[in-house]
Ligand binder design. Structure first.
Ligand SMILES: NC(=O)C1=CN([C@@H]2O[C@H](COP(=O)(O)OP(=O)(O)OC[C@H]3O[C@@H](n4cnc5c(N)ncnc54)[C@H](OP(=O)(O)O)[C@@H]3O)[C@@H](O)[C@H]2O)C=CC1
Ligand SMILES: O=C(O)CCC(=O)C(=O)O
Length: 490
C-alpha cells in the first residue's frame, strides 16, 4: 500500500503492556474506505511474531494480579470504559462507517451496544460463580467456584468491529483473564479506538493488549502460542477450523463462531408486510454482512406472488450509497474482495439457472464509482442444490424458494450445513411450535428477523456454524472460566 494516496493520514500503534508501540517490522497497512477506495482511513501496524510475544508476555504477567481483584473491582474498570466509550460514540461510529461501510445509524447502534455489553459484564462481576453441593460426608462443605483460563486470545472479524471484540473481551476480563486482541485488519482503526477507551479508563498495564497485522501471522500466532490459554474467534469457517485445530493440537480451550445460511419461512397466514420488513432488514442491513443475515426466503405457495411483489417494491426503494449520508439505507461491501465474492455468487446463481428478479450487478450511479457497491439482489426459482442456496454469501442477496407446506419449508430450511439463526412469520401456533422444535439453529425467532442478537442471551450456532459453545449473556462464563470443585473438611 502506497502511503502517498492521502496526506496527513494518522498511523496507529499496537497496544502492548499499557504502551502504544510501533511494530518491530516498521511496516504499516493502510485501511481503505470501501465507499471510496482512494481514501485511506488510517495506517495500522503490520506486526510480527515478536510483537505478539511481547503482548502475550505482558498479558501473562498482568494476569497474576488481575485475577486477584474482586469481581466488583474488575467491574469498576469496565464501567469506566463504558462511560468513556459513550462520550466517544459518534467518533467511533464514524470511523466504523468509514472503515467498513455500514451506515452511520447502524454504526452508532453498534457502538451503543458495545457500551451496554460492557455495563452488562461489569455487573456480572457481582454475581454468583458457583453452587453449594451436598457432600456425602455430612461434616464437609462441597462447592464449586470458577477460575479464569489465564491469557485469552481474541480474533475478531470486520463486520461488527466494536460489538464482537467487546462481547469477547468484556466477559474474558470480568472473570479474571487478561486479553490479547487481534482485530480484523480491515477495521483495525476502529479497534484502536475501542482500546483507547480501555487505556483512558486506566486498565492496569498488560490486562488488555492489541496487536494488529496479518491473520496468517498474528491470528495463527495466537492459535499456536503456548502461553495463550483460550482463544475466541469469529469469522469464516475455513479460518475458524484452522484456529480450532491449532488450539486443539496444544490443548488450549477454543470457541468458534462462524458462518450462517439463515432461512426465513413465510407461512400462508403470515402478516406479509411484517414478513417483508423483516426479510429486508434481516437480509440487507449491513449489506448482508452478518452471520445472522437472512439469505434464504422460503415462502408458502398461496402467498408467494403477493409476498414477492411487496418485497420487490420495497427493495427497489432502497437507497444505496455512502454510509455517512443520511438518506443512505445500505452502504458498500466492506472490501473489494468481499464485493468480488458477492458478484461471483451472483454469477453462479445465474449460471445454475436461478432467475434474477432484481439487482445482480454493481451500483453504477454517479458518486459510487470508487466504492465497492452492489445493488440489493433478489433471485427466484432456487433449488436446494444450487450454490447460492447452500454457501454463505455475506452480501445483499436474497434467494426466494416456493414451497407448499410448512413441513417442506422446514425440511428445506434444515437442508444446509449451517445452523445459526432462523425465523418464521406465521400466526399459527402449531406452525410456530413445529418451527421451534424442528429448526436446527442456535437462534430461532418467531415473527422477527433472523438478525439481531440480544446481549443478555446466549448466542451461537449448531452444525457447522460454531464449535457448539455459546457466547454472550451468562453463557459466556462457560467459556471464559474453568469450574473448580472444592471439598472442605474441618
Ligand atoms: N461469522 C461471521 O460473523 C463472519 C463471517 N465471515 C465469513 O468469512 C468470509 C471471509 O471474510 P474474512 O474477513 O476473510 O474472514 P476471516 O475468517 O479470514 O477473518 C476473521 C479473522 O481471522 C483472522 N485471520 C485470517 N487468517 C487467519 C489465520 N490463518 N489464522 C488465524 N486468524 C486468521 C482475520 O485477520 P485479517 O483481517 O488480518 O485477515 C480476522 O481477524 C466472509 O465472506 C464471510 O462469509 C467473515 C467475517 C465475519
Ligand atoms: O445479528 C447480530 O446482531 C450479530 C451478528 C453476528 O454476530 C455476526 O455477524 O458475526
Amino acid at each position: 500500500m502506497q502511503k502517498t494516496i492521502e496526506k496527513n493520514v494518522k498511523t496507529y500503534m499496537n497496544y502492548i503492556n499499557g504502551k502504544w508501540v510501533a511494530s518491530t517490522t516498521n511496516e504499516e497497512i493502510g485501511s481503505i474506505n470501501p465507499a471510496n477506495k482512494n481514501e485511506i482511513v488510517g495506517y495500522v501496524q503490520s506486526s510480527s511474531k515478536e510483537d505478539l510475544d511481547a503482548a502475550v508476555s505482558g498479558a501473562k504477567q498482568a494476569q497474576k494480579t488481575w485475577r486477584k481483584l474482586s469481581g466488583a473491582q474488575r467491574g469498576d474498570y469496565l464501567y469506566k470504559v463504558a462511560s468513556i466509550m459513550e462520550t466517544r460514540l459518534e467518533e467511533i461510529a464514524e470511523t466504523m462507517t468509514k472503515e467498513m461501510g455500514k451506515t452511520f445509524q447502524e454504526a452508532k447502534g453498534e457502538t451503543a451496544r458495545g457500551v451496554a455489553i460492557l455495563r452488562y459484564y461489569a455487573g456480572e462481576g457481582m454475581r454468583k460463580i458457583g453452587d453449594v453441593i451436598p457432600a456425602t460426608d455430612n461434616e464437609a462443605l462441597m462447592f464449586t467456584t470458577r477460575v479464569p483460563l489465564g491469557v485469552v486470545g481474541v480474533i475478531s472479524p470486520w463486520n461488527f468491529p466494536v460489538a464482537i471484540p467487546i462481547w469477547k473481551m468484556a466477559p474474558a476480563l470480568i472473570y479474571g483473564n487478561t486479553v490479547v486482541l487481534k482485530p480484523a485488519t480491515e477495521t483495525a482503526v476502529t479497534a484502536v479506538k475501542v482500546i483507547e477507551c480501555f487505556d483512558k479508563a486506566g486498565i492496569p498495564d498488560g490486562v488488555v493488549n492489541m496487536v494488529t497485522g496479518q491473520g496468517s501471522i498474528i491470528g495463527q500466532g495466537i492459535a499456536e502460542h503456548p502461553d495463550i490459554n483460550g482463544i475466541t474467534f469469529t469469522g469464516s469457517n475455513t479460518v475458524g477450523k484452522m484456529v480450532g485445530q491449532g488450539a486443539l493440537a496444544r490443548g488450549a480451550k477454543y470457541q468458534l463462531e462462524m458462518g450462517g445460511k439463515n432461512p426465513v419461512i413465510v407461512a400462508n397466514d403470515a402478516d406479509l408486510d411484517l414478513a417483508v420488513e423483516g426479510t429486508i432488514s434481516g437480509g440487507l442491513r449491513s449489506t448482508g454482512q452478518k452471520c445472522t443475515a437472512t439469505s434464504r426466503v422460503i415462502v408458502q405457495s398461496n402467498v408467494y406472488d403477493e409476498f414477492k411483489e411487496k418485497l420487490l417494491e420495497k427493495v427497489s426503494e432502497i437507497k444505496v450509497g455512502y454510509g455517512m449520508e443520511e438518506e443512505t439505507w445500505m452502504g458498500p461491501c466492506s472490501s473489494e474482495s468481499q464485493l468480488n465474492t458477492v458478484l461471483s455468487y451472483i454469477q453462479k446463481g445465474k449460471d445454475e439457472g436461478a432467475t434474477l428478479l432484481y439487482g445482480g450487478e454493481r451500483q453504477s450511479e454517479e458518486g459510487t464509482e470508487h466504492g465497492f457497491y452492489v445493488k440489493p439482489t433478489v433471485f427466484e426459482d432456487i433449488n436446494s442444490e444450487m450454490t447460492i442456496a447452500q454457501e454463505e454469501i455475506f452480501g445483499p442477496v436474497l434467494a426466494l424458494i416456493k414451497v407448499d407446506t410448512i413441513e417442506e419449508a422446514l425440511e428445506l430450511a434444515n437442508d444446509v450445513e449451517f445452523g445459526l439463526s432462523a425465523s418464521i412469520y406465521t400466526k399459527n401456533i402449531s406452525s410456530m411450535f413445529s418451527f421451534i422444535n424442528e429448526m436446527e439453529a442456535g437462534l430461532v425467532r418467531v415473527n422477527a428477523e433472523t438478525a439481531g442478537v440480544e446481549l443478555q442471551a446466549p448466542f451461537g450456532g449448531m452444525k457447522q456454524s460454531s464449535s457448539h459453545s455459546r457466547e454472550q449473556g451468562q453463557a459466556a462464563i462457560e467459556f471464559f472460566t474453568s469450574i473448580k470443585t472444592v471439598f472442605v473438611k474441618p
